[in-house]
Design a protein around this ligand. Structure first.
Ligand code: PEP
Length: 253
């Protein structure tokens, strides 16, 4: 059975006190995860040790990074590498979030390198893809996402691709309050799975978790997560509110 995942992306938010208080509230909400479920917290890098200390006692809870550098080490001032994250116990790294693609010019070629860097240390890339509004309005979202996946991931072997988690995030739904309908999410998730099936075979494609991201909240998580090809969510705004994110975790299949 595929892993069902609720992933929180805190982005560049919260002071350390606020981060600690949010984690305390989450722990008090007493969510439980079954064997095939995970909750992943991509906190600002500076809070990772604190988050590991506070959350790692919980079964199937992981602390993630929001990005990493593609090289292992060297003269790259201000950057953090995948081996560095691995050395402090981080096993998941978000890659290619649309904000990084837009504000930091991250290309598919760069993301191919980053993906390999994360896999090389045995960690899990949470690889983001998704189209802007004009592409959705033109009805060409499948081709757009197809190119993102092929350009960044198709150099991977079958053994590697099953270790990647995909997050489909339509850019027009991120932080806008506009959510894809559950039907739109299912359609493109099924399409993404078919892209992997065509390249790696159905068996492999069926093992890849595909998360939906874009204004997921407690009130819509159940319906979105109930779709057969939606394996959970990557959550921004609602992950900063303990009651919301706890309810989103509880909505996992
Ligand atoms: C995100 O940034 O990954 C995201 C999905 O944000 P939000 O949930 O706020 O739309």
């Amino acid at each position: 059975m595929r892993k069902q995942i609720a992933a929180a992306n805190w982005k560049m938010n919260l002071s350390q006190n606020e981060a600690e208080s949010l984690m305390d509230q989450l722990l008090a909400s007493d969510f439980n995860l079954s064997l095939n479920q995970s909750a992943i917290f991509a906190v600002p890098a500076i809070y990772i040790p604190l988050a590991i200390q506070k959350l790692s006692g919980k079964q199937n809870v992981f602390v993630a990074a929001q990005n990493c550098h593609q090289k292992t080490n060297g003269a790259y001032t201000g950057e953090i590498s995948a081996p560095m994250f691995a050395s402090i116990g981080v096993q998941h790294i978000i890659l290619g979030h649309s904000e990084r693609r837009t504000y930091f010019n991250e290309s598919d070629a760069l993301l191919a390198e980053k993906t390999e860097a994360v896999l090389a240390v045995g960690s899990t890339p949470i690889f983001c893809c998704g189209e802007p509004l004009e592409i959705r309005e033109a009805g060409t979202q499948n081709g757009f996402v197809d190119a993102q996946l092929k350009n960044a991931l198709f150099q991977l072997s079958a053994e590697q691709i099953v270790k990647v988690v995909i997050a489909y995030e339509p850019i027009w739904a991120i932080g806008t309050g506009k959510t894809a309908t559950s039907e739109q999410a299912q359609d493109i998730h099924a399409y993404i799975r078919s892209v992997f099936a065509a390249k790696y075979g159905q068996d492999i494609a069926d093992q890849i978790s595909i998360l939906y991201g874009g204004s997921v909240k407690a009130s819509n998580a159940n319906e979105i997560f109930s779709q057969p090809d939606v394996d959970g969510g990557l959550v921004g705004g609602a992950s900063l509110i303990a009651t919301e994110f706890a309810a989103i975790i509880k909505a996992l299949k």
